[in-house]
Design a protein around this ligand. Structure first.
Ligand SMILES: C[S@@+](CC[C@H](N)C(=O)[O-])C[C@H]1O[C@@H](n2cnc3c(N)ncnc32)[C@H](O)[C@@H]1O
Length: 391
């Protein structure tokens, strides 16, 4: 993606108490600075197997760009579509091997599977096919996948059992010597996926009748980006540019939202920042297995139920106290650490939350040029660009 940006030395992996591994700044970082560009070791479609009937968009099954016009199909199954012969031949040698082709075809042809399993289970089955494929096309990447957070015991045994019976009865054995589908490995893989997968979103159309809601087009496992922990007031956010014509279109780019000093943990928010306290708490526990104790949660835990804890999309939280923004940070001091008001993070929402209707994206400055900070902010959901009025 951003050629010439060397991010190797800006963050390092550290053990963070109560959080496992995390990424920490090795030097003071400026708002807008790119701290990581990461390529996926595994990508898989987020659309159910019967996707063509349901999706407004059609995506290349290799690079996941939106297919605008002519496309080519897999010569064997004819279901997987690719934006070009180059993507087709790359897929046949990597993500759409004969084993994947046969496994997905059998899943797709099994009416019992399609009718009696939820879309979520169908997508998990596609992930498992992609993960087993990785084990023989790139054993080293498969080892990286296994090294990520998530253990077999984190998963519901009934779900694992049902995925195991689908995969082991429908998919042929992968071409790996001595291989057998095991409950233990399926459970561990499902946990790795749940805790670490990033969603590559469908194009955002804020004028749509559905209020600009957008779905995920593909999920990816990113080995380094998977080490970012969550904070409900993140100091960095990630951008993707899937429909760009550049190579590396599925790379994730992580940019600093504001300045931080050396030694500070760099965190993302795992979902849009506007979510209210109870929704965040539920989601973090159910989807990621932890209870958040960040500064924002500590403040909001003391609020009564009607204080900004309404529906996610009613924007109540953001509108409180907004005429009294906190003071801007200076020289590497983070915002959000002043607990002297009931709503110390109002400033964050004013400055770093996209104010386009129904967007809920996070804004980060463009990378600084010649060490001069940019006064333009880019939204990581709708791509809108606005002037940083505070700056
Ligand atoms: C994407 S991984 C992040 C890296 C992970 N800490 C590791 O050691 O590989 C997500 C997992 O990290 C942990 N985690 C992330 N943010 C956390 C937080 N704020 N507090 C506690 N645990 C957190 C949870 O176990 C979560 O399921």
């Amino acid at each position: 993606m951003s050629v010439g940006v060397n991010t190797e030395t800006l963050v390092r992996v550290e053990e963070i108490q109560g959080r496992g591994r995390g990424l920490v700044s090795t030097q003071p970082l400026r708002g807008g600075q790119i701290v990581l560009i990461d390529s996926p070791i595994l990508l898989y479609s987020a659309l159910p197997l019967t996707k063509q009937q349901h999706s407004t968009f059609l995506y290349c099954d290799k690079c996941f760009k939106t297919i605008q016009s002519a496309s080519v199909s897999c010569p064997t199954c004819s279901h997987q579509r690719f934006c070009s012969p180059t993507c087709l031949s790359a897929a046949l040698a990597s993500s759409h091997t004969p084993w994947v082709c046969q496994s997905l075809s059998r899943l797709r042809d099994c009416q019992d599977f399609l009718q009696h399993h939820s879309v979520e289970r169908q997508i998990q089955a596609q992930f498992l096919v992609a993960a087993y494929n990785l084990a023989f096309v790139s054993p080293s990447d498969f080892q990286i996948l296994l090294s990520l957070q998530g253990r077999a015991e984190d998963e519901d045994p009934a779900i694992v059992q049902s995925l195991h019976s689908v995969i082991s009865s429908l998919c042929p054995p992968p071409p790996i010597e001595g291989f057998s589908f095991s409950l233990e490995l399926i459970a561990a893989l499902v946990a790795k996926d749940r805790f670490n997968a990033f969603g590559l979103m469908e194009p955002l159309n804020l004028n749509e009748e559905n209020g600009g809601q957008r779905s995920v087009r593909a999920y990816g496992i990113y080995p380094k980006a998977s080490l970012f922990n969550h904070d409900c007031l993140p100091n960095a956010c990630r951008f993707d540019y899937v429909d760009t014509n550049n190579s590396g279109n599925t790379d994730i780019v992580v940019r600093m939202i504001h300045d931080v000093p050396q030694g500070r943990e760099i965190c993302l928010s795992y979902f849009p920042v506007n979510s209210n306290y109870s929704t965040r708490r539920k989601r973090l526990l159910e989807d990621y297995g932890f209870t958040c104790d960040c500064d924002r949660c500590k403040v909001e835990a003391t609020w009564s139920d009607d204080e900004g804890d309404g529906d996610d999309n009613d924007n109540e939280v953001m509108e409180e106290d907004v005429d009294e923004p906190m003071e801007a940070e200076s020289d590497g001091e983070e915002i959000g650490n002043d607990n002297s008001t009931d709503f110390p993070h109002a400033y964050f929402f004013l400055r770093y939350m996209c104010n386009r209707n129904n967007c809920w994206g996070t804004l980060a400055p463009f990378p600084p040029s010649d060490a001069k900070p940019s006064n333009l902010l880019e939204c990581n959901a709708c791509g809108d660009i606005k002037n940083d009025e505070v700056c």
